[in-house]
Design a protein around this ligand. Structure first.
Ligand code: SF4
Length: 251
């Protein structure tokens, strides 16, 4: 996609600004594809099957073209405003980024969110066979498959979004922002993902008690993680995600 097409798309009013920042990236199930610039760019750029395959060279070639175009557009915009983006990078900036990254990674909530992904992986290794074997001979096969898909989709997504929220909060505190913004948005979608994952785990337990071993422990862990995220980001639940949440005029 050339720069002009990218600019043309970016100026299209049907797109909701920033909608892709706080979504769950599950485009196949998204109700807002029509209003998402990210989705439209991907559809145009990755229309060929090989360009959608992460193992194919065409995918990486396409991705790097998009990055080059985006960087060029940024530089162009910078010039217009008299800003040189390359002047931002210095050794002390790099060190400061490293320190903040490390602080975020070591944050207790971040580590717990990462541990959830590993707990699920261990559980799946031990139980997946039994789960689908018993589902195929009894009721609840469809529900189990659906629940399992939800768990798998959010398994690592939760950790990534919690990490983004913590990292964002560190930046906001450093800048002295009075209102948290982006970090609350990331925490909100992490919470939504945890709500849905807990629901999916409950569905698995309901359909197949043989799989209860370990699952209850995971639900309880995820519930505690959810509480910890709510305590760390007390305004996250009321964050309005563009395109997904509505402002409650009565509240
Ligand atoms: S807003 Fe919807 S379509 Fe756009 S990236 Fe997110 S999930 Fe995909």
């Amino acid at each position: 996609m050339d720069r002009d097409r990218l600019k043309e798309l970016a100026g299209d009013e049907r797109f909701i600004p920033g909608i892709y920042n706080y979504c769950d990236r599950w485009c196949e199930r998204c109700s807002q594809t029509l209003h998402c610039l990210n989705f439209s760019v991907s559809e145009e750029e990755f229309s060929e099957p090989e360009s959608r395959d992460i193992r194919n060279e065409a995918f990486w070639r396409k991705l790097s073209q998009i990055l080059v175009e985006a960087l060029e557009s940024l530089k162009e915009a910078g010039k217009k405003w008299g800003i040189d983006p390359e002047a931002f990078e210095s050794a002390s900036d790099t060190e400061s980024v490293r320190i903040k990254d490390e602080a975020a990674e070591n944050h207790v909530v971040c580590r717990a969110a990462g541990a959830y992904g590993s707990m699920v992986e261990d559980w799946v290794k031990r139980r997946e066979g039994l789960l689908f074997e018993t589902a195929s001979v009894g009721d609840g096969g469809v529900e189990i498959e659906e629940a399992f898909e939800v768990i798998r989709w959010y398994q690592y997504f939760i950790g990534a979004k919690v990490a983004r929220a913590i990292r964002g909060r560190i930046e906001e505190e450093e800048r002295g922002d009075e209102l948290a913004g982006d970090s609350d948005g990331s925490a909100k979608i992490a919470l939504v993902a945890m709500d849905r994952s807990i629901g999916a785990w409950a569905m698995i337990l309901h359909c197949n008690s043989l799989c209860a071993e370990g699952a209850l422990e995971i639900i309880s862990f995820l519930d505690r993680l959810r509480q910890a995220v709510e305590e760390t980001f007390p305004s996250a639940r009321s964050f309005i995600r563009p395109g997904f949440d509505r402002i409650d005029l009565n509240g």
